[in-house]
Design a protein around this ligand. Structure first.
Ligand code: URP
Ligand code: ZN
Ligand code: ZN
Ligand code: ZN
Length: 467
């Protein structure tokens, strides 16, 4: 039996178009669009009708950078796949790509199987996986080919965190050479971790233990240096490169230069770098620990370069790097030693709203909002047009967004499993009203109607952004 829903009268916004249209959904997919009020739209019939008059109708958000239940810094990220994907749905995100981890000594397969076991049956929205490669050896390189074939088409490497996830330049080059052959995309955490560890040791020896020193030792120049090195290694390997969580002016400049040279080099930034700064890291009474993540928050001056990069397409994506640790009991592990504060911040629920605020504030256009938060992440990671747009044949992952509603972000009202909001008290205009995931209403007029296990694993093709 087929199930049909029609969304009537909204402004449908995709990365390429804005049109007042009715959207017909059949069996979990978008079946047709027709200009509202025309005979073609009137002919849409369905058991269920959603009135979107005065609202935006946008593709569900695609967040290509989350860390649910991630083991890190001696603890685990506080959102499980269940709580984290539910919070994502509340925030208008209908697909996440999380990072499965290979630890040193493990195979990629073992790491990936462990992440499938955590996620399966627990997610409220659809999900895919990237693979963190921590141990580049002959076996791992062979396994990369197999993973690409089965839909894990991107691999994160770390130039930071020596002794944990770190890869040296030779290991990075080998993985890049492999990805040049098998079509995988290397995602780089670009910070010079070896140099940073020296600066950490020296800072602690001087008695500089507060959270703000996290920002001081993880220097913008060391992000830029690593970004430059990653770009040139990728160039030597003949591979594309995607740099994650870009935060520094100097790193954006490296990406811009490489792109001007015609290299297939891409970058993402995150809301925390666009809206927060070292002022937050300097908050008294250890409150700054709430804002410890890597790359670190930068002085406010860096924000303009990030917005500019998003407008000029030197940066293509805004993800969250959602990796929440509670203040009580988790961030507190680093009292007296900033290097022991678990790195990461919550945000999976806030991204679509913060970026809509950027539309209101004039940083980006409405279509660019959808491009950087939905369409390009889907294209970059091989899920388009199933995800990231509203078009016939696409999954009916659709958000009814009220552009006039006002809200105040707060830990009191958010749905992430974390005891603080990085945006506590921030007023934003615009709010998610209703969310459909593959045609099923998972948020109905600000009430959760989804369920764990609705979300399914989404294997991905190789990067679709290259040509
Ligand atoms: O601080 C961060 N970003 N934590 C998550 C792990 C990573 O490096 O993305
Ligand atoms: Zn990282
Ligand atoms: Zn991350
Ligand atoms: Zn369901």
């Amino acid at each position: 039996m087929s199930s049909r829903t029609v969304i009537r009268g909204g402004l449908v916004i995709t990365a390429s178009d804005e049109i007042h249209a009715d959207v017909l959904i059949e069996d979990g997919r978008v079946a047709a669009l027709a200009a509202s009020g025309t005979p073609a739209a009137e002919a849409f019939t369905a058991e269920s009708v959603i009135d979107a008059t005065g609202k935006y109708v946008i593709p569900g958000g695609v967040d290509p950078h989350t860390h649910m239940e991630m083991p890190f810094g001696g603890t685990y990220a506080a959102d499980t796949f269940e709580t984290g994907t539910r919070a994502a749905a509340w925030g208008g995100t209908t697909t996440i790509v999380d990072f499965a981890i290979q630890t040193v000594g493990q195979s990629l397969r073992e790491g990936l199987d462990a992440w499938h076991a955590k996620a399966e049956g627990n997610c409220a929205i659809d999900y895919g996986f990237h693979m963190i490669v921590s141990d580049v050896n002959q076996e791992t390189l062979k396994e990369m080919d197999l993973l690409v074939e089965e839909g894990v088409t991107s691999f994160k490497q770390f130039m930071a965190y020596p002794g944990v996830f770190y890869s040296d330049d030779g290991q990075i080059l080998r993985a890049m050479q492999r990805s040049a052959e098998n079509g995988g995309l290397i995602m780089m955490h670009a910070e010079n971790g070896i140099a940073i560890d020296v600066l950490v040791e020296q800072a602690l020896a001087r008695g500089e233990t507060d959270p703000r020193y996290h920002g001081e030792v993880r220097k913008a120049l060391l992000e830029a240096e690593a970004t430059h090195r990653a770009i040139r290694l990728a160039q030597v390997a003949g591979a594309p490169l995607y740099v994650v969580h870009v935060s520094a002016i100097e790193a954006v400049a490296e990406l811009a230069r490489a792109r001007d040279e015609g290299l297939p080099v891409f970058g993402e930034t995150c809301p925390q770098y666009l809206f927060l700064s070292t002022d937050n890291l300097a908050e008294p009474d250890f409150e700054g620990a709430k804002y410890v993540c890597s790359t670190p928050l930068r002085p406010k001056e860096h924000q303009a370069a990030l917005w500019r990069g998003l407008r000029t397409n030197d940066l293509q994506v805004v993800s969250t790097d959602h990796c929440p640790f509670c203040f009580v009991g988790q961030k507190e592990l680093g009292r007296g030693d900033f290097s022991k504060i678990p790195n990461g911040m919550p945000g999976v629920e806030n991204r679509m709203d913060l970026l809509h605020q950027a539309v209101v504030d004039g940083h980006i256009s409405r279509r660019r909002w959808i491009e950087i938060a939905c369409a390009t992440p889907a294209r970059m990671f091989g899920m388009y047009p199933k995800k990231g747009t509203i078009a016939p044949g696409a999954d009916a992952d659709v958000v009814i967004y009220d552009p006039q509603a006002e809200q105040v972000m707060s830990a009191e009202t958010h749905h992430m499993n974390v005891d603080y909001s990085a945006y506590e008290g921030r007023r934003t205009t615009g709010r998610v009203e209703t969310v459909l995931s593959r045609g099923e209403v998972v948020i109905n007029q600000r009430e959760y109607t989804g369920h764990a296990g609705h979300g399914v694993y989404t294997p991905r093709s190789t990067c679709q952004y290259l040509n």
